[in-house]
Design a protein around this ligand. Structure first.
Ligand code: DX5
Ligand code: ZN
Length: 230
């Protein structure tokens, strides 16, 4: 049995009512708040600057799970740490010196995350697993909310889970993109324990019901293995 962590992505919240929507997901039982930072370069879209994190910080007790989709993450890590991020995740594809960047995040007292896009192999992050608290596996091409879950990532989740278990590490596996109450069971069974979900939560009538139902899937206790051919 795994405890499932739910991280609603505010990209799908109402931008004119961010504070209200953050309070609503917090009251509905969310654990983290997923905040997507896009630079229009690493991904073809723009989102927020650190000012949004700063503005929300004293309005919420949620763990701020900051996903940097930036070409030059090193230029902004201090700023996001100072604004109130709790977890800072950078993309392997963007980092010039990944080890250095991850050490930098850790030196600021923040939890450390590394992310890879759907087509990037898990192999490229194996050597840094000892340095991170979570791996964020993108289950859509990063840049936009509301896309469909890419099932070829299921195998990567199971592969990563078995590497983490083999190394006996305490690293969370977070999935991000296209996750809904209907399909969440698949990444959870493959080994994910942190669930990012934007549209499926913020477009639902009842946030609590959606979050509870996503969390419930973690209680089945069934785990798929890499060899299960998913
Ligand atoms: C996409 C972002 C995701 C996105 C998820 O680049 O990283 O966090 O907001 O949104 P949904 O759940 O709507 O796919
Ligand atoms: Zn994200």
């Amino acid at each position: 049995m795994t405890d499932i962590i739910i991280s609603p992505s505010i990209l799908a919240a109402d931008p004119a009512n961010l504070e209200r929507d953050v309070r609503k997901v917090e009251e509905a039982g969310a654990d983290y708040l997923h905040i997507d930072i896009m630079d229009g370069h690493f991904v073809p879209n723009l989102s927020y600057s650190s000012s949004v994190i700063r503005a929300l910080r004293d309005k919420s007790k949620l763990v701020f799970d900051v996903h940097l989709m930036l070409t030059d993450p090193d230029d902004f890590i201090d700023d996001f740490a100072d604004a109130g991020a709790d977890i800072i995740t950078v993309h392997q594809e963007a980092a010039k010196d990944l080890t250095k960047t991850l050490k930098h995040i850790k030196s600021l007292g923040k939890k450390v995350g590394v992310s890879i896009k759907p087509e990037t192999s898990v192999d490229v992050i194996v050597d840094v697993l000892e340095m991170v608290d979570q791996v964020l596996l993108m289950t859509v091409e990063p840049g936009f909310g509301g896309q469909s879950y890419i099932h070829t990532v299921d195998k990567k989740i199971a592969q990563l889970k078995s590497i983490i278990d083999r190394k006996n590490l305490n690293v969370d596996i977070e999935v991000d993109g296209g996750v809904t109450a209907e399909n969440v069971e698949i990444p959870i069974k493959a080994g994910a324990n942190v669930i990012v979900s934007g549209s499926a939560i913020f477009n639902s009538e009842d946030y609590k019901k959606t979050i509870d139902s996503m969390r419930e899937h973690g209680r089945t206790g069934v785990t798929l293995r890499e060899s299960d051919n998913i």
